[in-house]
Design a protein around this ligand. Structure first.
Ligand code: ADP
Ligand code: GN1
Ligand code: MG
Length: 375
């Protein structure tokens, strides 16, 4: 569907009263929603907004999704102020209601739209290029965690049930494998075998969550590094975005996805697997940044499981990419043939490197914990 067919003018007017769409462009590199940067002109000048079409195949209940987002964005706005070194740079993501006072708009074709403030002078990156970026990105997700601490996880909806549930994902993967609807499994034999070799990691991690009584918190659940906005001039963290999967979960899911996307200097779909490995310096900065605002309330058990969390989440993500490949690329946006298979291969290469470096990561975590500030 082209942008013109979607009639962005009509959609924007549901949210903004006076003026006209001056320009618009597709925005960002997310795999899930369709995002547009819209410039809207009115008597007061030109203002920019972010308009998103929520992917209803993935989020069938926008009402529940937006309830979660509004709850959390309010908490972020209220609680952000007292933290040292954060309040001046932080620009909270704000949901712009429709003129009727709703949090999202359903058009005549049943498509769901929402609008956010545009966080100007910001950028997001798919892979980190410096230790200071690693620290900033992790710090922002730590701040996020600190701000939502006080909220009751039971007051949020599960926007995607079983999102990081490895047993559920594995079960689905096995069913798809059996059917092989697109006859693609022959080309992914090596990767499929690897999952069966690694099945034990899933079981072990899940058992540890249970036996260690790791607390359920409100978590972001999609802490990939491009879901933090950094300031163009200073590279400081500006905001945490992409709140669609904010729901009850474990802090280890968030730290794990940070490791997956932030400790590797290559893209998540890097075809040259020699470039996919865990950079220990980046890992260290992720631990330090995340702990800067969470050390005071995360349990020692949670922190001791940090080095396992990256492996667990990266393996789940590898399996989700492969499952989608086998199902015919129905979930993730793909940009070339076999893209999901390439993503899976890169993620498995990272799992391999994380396994090889397990002991180093444990040492780094212990030492970063003992020296981390406690804000
Ligand atoms: P997806 O769920 O598809 O990943 P995101 O909400 O992460 O969608 O948005 C995609 C990209 O758009 C982000 O990575 C970021 O670059 C940009 N973006 C999203 N919201 C904003 C905003 N409010 N201000 C500035 N940039 C934004
Ligand atoms: C999707 O929305 P985006 O692009 O930030 C996905 C995440 C995956 C990620 C892999 C709702 O995140 O779970 O980790 O792609 N989001 C959803 O890049 O499935
Ligand atoms: Mg995103």
């Amino acid at each position: 569907m082209s942008v013109v067919e979607m009639n962005l003018e009509v959609i924007c007017r549901q949210f903004l009263s006076h003026g006209r769409v001056y320009s618009y462009q597709p925005f960002g590199k997310g795999h899930i929603n369709d995002t547009f940067l819209v410039a809207f002109s009115s008597e007061t000048g030109i203002d920019s907004f972010v308009l998103q079409q929520i992917n209803r195949n993935i989020f069938p209940r926008p009402q529940e999704l937006m309830h979660n987002i509004v709850t959390v964005t309010r908490a972020l706005k209220e609680k952000i102020r007292p933290f040292p070194g954060i309040n001046k740079q932080y620009v909270p993501l704000t949901v712009i209601p429709t003129r009727e006072g709703k949090w999202w708009y359903e058009d005549k074709k049943g498509r769901a739209w929402r609008m956010y403030n545009y966080i100007a002078n910001s950028y997001s990156i798919d892979k980190l290029t410096s230790c200071s970026q690693a620290y900033e990105v992790a710090k922002m997700f730590g701040v996020f965690q600190k701000c939502v601490e006080g909220l009751n996880p039971e007051h949020l909806f599960m926007t995607i049930p079983h999102f990081h549930d490895a047993s559920y994902r594995l079960d689905h993967f096995k069913k798809v494998l059996q059917k092989d609807p697109c006859q693609r499994k022959g080309g992914a034999k090596k990767e499929i075998d690897t999952f069966f070799e690694h099945e034990v990691i899933f079981k072990w991690f899940e058992k540890k969550l249970q036996t260690n009584k790791v607390p359920v918190r409100i978590t972001h659940n999609d802490t990939k590094v491009n879901n933090v906005l950094l300031n163009r001039d200073t590279d400081n963290g500006m905001s945490v975005i992409d709140l669609d999967t904010v729901m009850p979960g474990y802090s280890l899911y968030d730290f794990g996805d940070l490791v997956r996307t932030g400790s590797c200097p290559a893209d998540e779909d890097e075809p040259d697997l020699d470039r996919v490995y865990v950079d220990k310096n980046l890992y260290q900065k992720l631990v330090e940044g995340y702990l800067a605002y969470t050390k005071s309330f995360l349990t020692e058990t949670e922190i001791s499981m940090f080095p396992l969390a990256g492996k667990y989440i990266t393996l789940i993500m590898a399996m989700r990419f492969l499952t989608d490949y086998l199902e015919g690329d129905r979930y993730y946006k793909v940009h070339r043939p076999h893209h999901n298979l390439e993503r899976c291969r890169a993620q498995l290469a990272l799992v391999h490197s994380l396994l090889e470096n397990q002991q180093n990561l444990e040492e780094i975590t212990r030492s970063a914990y003992s020296t981390a500030n406690n804000s």
